[in-house]
Design a protein around this ligand. Sequence first.
Ligand code: ADP
Ligand code: MG
Length: 229
Amino acid sequence: RLEETAYLDKLSVVGQMAAAIAHEVRNPMTTVRGLIQFLAKDTEDKKLKEFSPLILDELDRTNKIITDFLMLVRPSAPELTVLSLNEVINDTLALITPYGALHSASIQYKETKRPYQIVGDSQHIKQCLINIIKNAIEATEGKEGMIDIYKHSSSKNSVTLVIEDNGKGMTEEELQNIGLPFYTTKTKGTGLGTMIINRLIREIGGSVQYESKPLEGTRVLLTLPVSSP
Ligand code: ADP
Ligand code: MG
């Protein structure tokens, strides 16, 4: 996508300062959060009792935006290693399954028969998978969520995974907007998750594609480079 590339180029110029500010804002915010928590603890004050959870929620949301933003503009340099695809996915599922359970969504992974060896930064790939699966889980809010992960295809140089959900899906217009900075349809979203995915995956020579039908669900195709023997 052209617009996105332009945006990331701009970020490299303006972003350094924005990243520094975002980082600096965090410390006073942590102090404020701690103080509110302290003041609200065992308080008799009705207003404080009523509004402190809201204040904490909003502070947490701000913090989430900063975390995502920093991950986007200042990701750690990728450390490329050869990784077992099945292992990377199983490790990720161990992290994200509780979040699914919390939203009554179950995640199935059909291990590949062939033991694919992929090349990439293990942390970055897991972060991408988490962002994709998190979106899938959140899309199934209000129903029994089913998320299926399986191999779609492979070539000499790559393997493509499908992450499929039975969530609310996306309209054509929503599909066009996905990946744009701060584009979110969620009240508590940051709209940065998919940009992070794009950035981290492109960095290792992979790619992401979305297919979706409103009310039916979404399929995310994630292509990862495999190590040549
Ligand atoms: P956030 O999750 O904070 O909203 P993302 O960048 O992760 O930000 O996603 C942007 C938007 O893309 C979401 O708000 C949602 O509208 C849409 N989206 C992403 N993944 C899915 C999915 N699996 N099903 C439906 N919509 C999705
Ligand atoms: Mg997200």
